[in-house]
Ligand binder design. Structure first.
Ligand SMILES: [Cu+2]
Length: 113
């Protein structure tokens, strides 16, 4: 990285209850933008036990814990056409999911190098 602006990686939420790509790999300090391209609401919610030790918790809605995100799911919904961004400052592997569609397997992984 020689002075170039930090790049942004996009993960889409298409119509089939997935995150696409399911696994995205970025460099430390880069931002992921999740874009809802479907016609229903989704969340991006980190699994609290699938974060690197030093990492900040993240979830659409700005929650500080998975429990809070689950308890107040409507506040974390990303409407069709909207997006959610998070910048990853710690290397490691992060697991996340969509609260309404967790049981349908709507989960994803961010790997930060
Ligand atoms: Cu969903």
């Amino acid at each position: 990285m020689s002075g170039q602006p930090s790049s942004i990686q996009t993960v889409t939420m298409p119509d089939d209850l997935t995150f696409e790509p399911e696994t995205t790999t970025i460099e430390t300090g880069e931002t992921v933008t999740w874009t809802n391209e479907s016609d229903i609401d989704h969340t991006v919610t980190a699994y609290e036990d699938e974060l690197p030790d030093e990492a900040a918790y993240f979830a659409s809605g700005g929650f500080e814990s998975e429990r809070a995100a689950r308890n107040r799911v409507t506040e974390g919904l990303i409407a069709p056409g909207e997006d959610y961004k998070h910048t990853f400052e710690e290397p490691g592997t992060y697991g996340y999911f969509c609260i309404p569609h967790e049981s349908s397997g709507m989960t994803g992984t961010v790997r930060v190098k």
